[in-house]
Write a protein that binds this ligand. Structure first.
Ligand code: MN
Length: 264
């Protein structure tokens, strides 16, 4: 059987240290093709560029960048670069966790979701911000990737990796260390909170401009939620589905029944 084909992308840009660590770790699992945004596209969500052209550039064998979003990269690579459909799309390692409602904004998760929509197994991996060379998260990703490839059906997993207890992200963990620190929990999306706000500033020409957003604030601490698991130092794995339909249709059905009986 041919080695599995793994498409690697991210939203931090092709030069980010996280994608280098991820691609290197996944070389042991399968054949790796990298296609990532030319520049940082964090917060791109599931955006796709169909109103503008894209340019692609090979930077070394198996490595490409694209002047588009993370989803553009997955679309372009699956449709054009890859000689066969990738078995796994792996996105990361993002600099910063993607927890709870982050999954709607995250280009890291968006890219994985695009791969999953197109039939591949898909894994988004994020680690604590501010660390370079997140080899620890990459090692976990490779272990997960092997098992996802062996699983009977495709899954879309959102994985967040805090530093292992007693180690920084820069370590290359040994097998023993991996086994010792394997504190992994399957979670649901929690409630992600930020110190939200709008900061007005003034540019050198005296014109106003704004920054939106703010730093993270403590989220839900339930260990069964991704926010709580990561806060407690556990690797969080959240299986995602892309059918956003509410499980309970009854509220909307009651509303529509009333609308039909009492028009207008
Ligand atoms: Mn990012």
């Amino acid at each position: 059987m041919a080695r599995p084909l793994i498409l690697v992308t991210n939203d931090d840009g092709v030069l980010a240290p996280g994608i280098a660590a991820l691609a290197e770790a996944l070389e042991a699992v399968g054949e790796v093709v990298v296609c990532a945004p030319e520049t940082e596209r964090s917060g791109s969500g599931h955006a796709i560029s169909f109103h503008t052209h894209l340019r692609a550039q090979a930077i070394r064998p198996g490595w490409w960048y694209l002047t588009g979003t993370p989803v553009d990269c997955v679309y372009f690579a699956m449709m054009h670069l890859c000689e066969r459909p990738p078995d796994l799309v792996c996105s990361g390692i993002n600099a910063g966790y993607n927890l709870g409602s982050d999954v709607f904004y995250s280009g890291t998760v968006g890219a994985a979701a695009e791969g999953f929509l197109r039939g591949a197994r898909a894994l988004a991996v994020s680690a604590e911000r501010g660390e370079t060379g997140p080899r620890w998260a990459a090692a976990i990703a490779a272990q997960l990737a092997r098992r996802m490839l062996a699983a009977p059906a495709p899954m879309l997993l959102n994985c967040n990796v805090p530093p292992p207890p007693g180690f920084g992200h820069d370590v290359s963990p040994t097998a023993t260390e991996l086994a010792r620190a394997r504190r992994v929990h399957v979670t649901r999306l929690g409630q992600r909170r930020y110190k939200d706000g709008v900061q007005p500033r003034t540019d050198p020409m005296g014109r106003p401009y704004f920054w939106i957003g703010g730093p993270p604030a403590p989220g839900s601490t339930d260990r069964d939620h991704d926010t709580g698991a990561v806060a407690a130092g556990w690797v969080s794995i959240t299986p995602l589905q892309l059918d956003l339909t509410a499980p309970d249709l009854s509220g909307a059905q009651a509303l529509v029944a009333d609308l039909q009986q009492h028009a207008p």
